[in-house]
Design a protein around this ligand. Structure first.
Ligand SMILES: [Ca+2]
Length: 190
């Protein structure tokens, strides 16, 4: 289990990508690249899980408020996915505060809660969405698009009224256990 950072940001994620256009009519924004693993609205990955032949969920443990994807994905015109398990001690309303470069789709517990395709720099709390966190484990999936340049996201939950930071939420990043391979060896190169 991990805590949110001192400013309330989620800095621990599972990441998979990059995915680029496959020639489908919908393009990368509409394409469900996770369908081999059950689909975007049913994602519940562990670190090391494979989706298709080439892609694998990898942990990303960031140190800053901003989660910078550029060290991992240099390509232009792609999407990647970020996933985290948010553990709440009770049912509560919360404001999901988003800063994203570039646009993003987000699913909370399988429901699409945010869908904004846009080219922009990421600024903390640049958009806010009212959501409901349930008691126990909540699934948060983000599909983050990259046109070019910087590639990053800020994500935190705030109180509905006073913009307070929740200190009692926790983050869980399960890692697939494999025989004969240590997690470190598995995750080398990321
Ligand atoms: Ca960008």
């Amino acid at each position: 289990m991990f805590h949110l950072n001192q400013n309330g940001y989620i800095t621990n994620w599972l990441v998979i990508g990059p995915f680029s256009d496959t020639g489908s009519q919908e393009g990368r924004w509409e394409e469900d690249y996770l369908k081999a693993g059950g689909g975007e609205n049913k994602a519940c990955p562990k670190g090391g899980d494979k989706v298709g032949l080439l892609n694998r969920w990898e942990p990303l443990f960031g140190a800053d408020d901003k989660v910078d994807l550029l060290p991992f994905f240099k390509e232009n015109n792609i999407v990647c996915y970020l996933f985290t398990y948010v553990v709440s001690p009770n049912d509560r309303e919360a404001v999901l505060a988003i800063g994203s470069d570039d646009g993003a789709k987000m699913w909370l517990n399988g429901s699409l809660i945010y869908n904004t395709r846009i080219a922009r720099p990421a600024i903390p709390d640049q958009e806010k969405v009212l959501v409901v966190l349930k008691k126990g484990t909540n699934h948060l999936l983000i599909k983050l698009e990259q046109y070019q340049g910087a590639y990053a996201i800020y994500l935190r939950f705030l109180g509905r009224q006073d913009q307070s930071i929740f200190s009692d939420l926790q983050i869980e990043i399960p890692i697939l256990e494999t025989k004969g391979e240590s997690p470190k060896e598995q995750l080398d190169g990321f």
